[in-house]
Design a protein around this ligand. Structure first.
Ligand code: COA
Length: 170
């Protein structure tokens, strides 16, 4: 059984991530979307919230699992007996980052492999931080994130809701 891991912070999961997950799931028997605690990024959504949003977005895909992980990516891969990770490439700068990530991971685990899938051009400028910024200003995120998680993101980050929470002392 060939297992591939799609790792990320997913703060939050976007349509770009969704496209990569769906395409990668066709290349293997089992795709594990690994939602990683990222101490470097200090995510806005909790690990539980991020996992739940990925799970709900990918519900119905029988060979995709979503798991949280707090540790090194290479340890997770070995625990899951994964043959490779998959990542989406939006631009040259993504390529540079992925090349560095792969080189560092290969030092830790010589069998490390990465599969890099070019992103759909119409999603090449989507990112989690753009989604967060648009949602904070109550902008329209409908083209950026899966429909099933839109309301949750708006509720959590939207100004009106934030102001309501402030007023009620939450
Ligand atoms: N579509 C849309 N956006 C995409 C995308 C796609 N296909 N691919 C990447 N992105 C964006 C994300 O939205 C995010 O945007 P942001 O920076 O504005 O928030 C950014 O690119 C990257 O986020 P993400 O895809 O969630 O992954 P990441 O770069 O945060 O993940 C890890 C990095 C988790 C893989 C890496 O930190 C890791 O392996 N951590 C585990 C600890 C470890 O092993 N460390 C040693 C590594 S050598």
């Amino acid at each position: 059984m060939k297992t591939i891991v799609y790792p990320g912070t997913f703060d939050p999961f976007t349509n770009g991530h969704m496209d990569i997950a769906r395409r990668a799931a066709k290349l293997c028997d089992r795709l594990i979307v690994a939602v990683l605690t990222n101490y470097q990024k200090n995510p806005v959504f909790t690990l539980e919230e991020r996992c739940e949003m990925v799970r709900d977005s990918l519900a119905g895909h029988s060979n995709i699992e979503v798991l949280p992980y707090d540790g090194l990516l290479v340890s997770f891969m070995q625990e899951q007996n994964a043959i490779a990770i998959v990542r989406g490439l939006r631009s040259e700068s993504d390529f540079r980052f992925e090349a560095e990530l792969a080189a560092a991971n290969r030092l830790l685990y010589p069998d490390f492999e990465s599969i890099l899938l070019p992103c759909r051009p119409d999603l090449a400028f989507t990112s989690s931080s753009i989604v967060r910024e648009v949602a904070e200003y109550d902008g329209d995120i409908s083209g950026m994130v899966p429909q099933v998680i839109q309301a949750r993101i708006r509720k959590r980050l939207g100004k009106q809701e934030g102001e309501k929470n402030e007023r009620s002392g939450k």
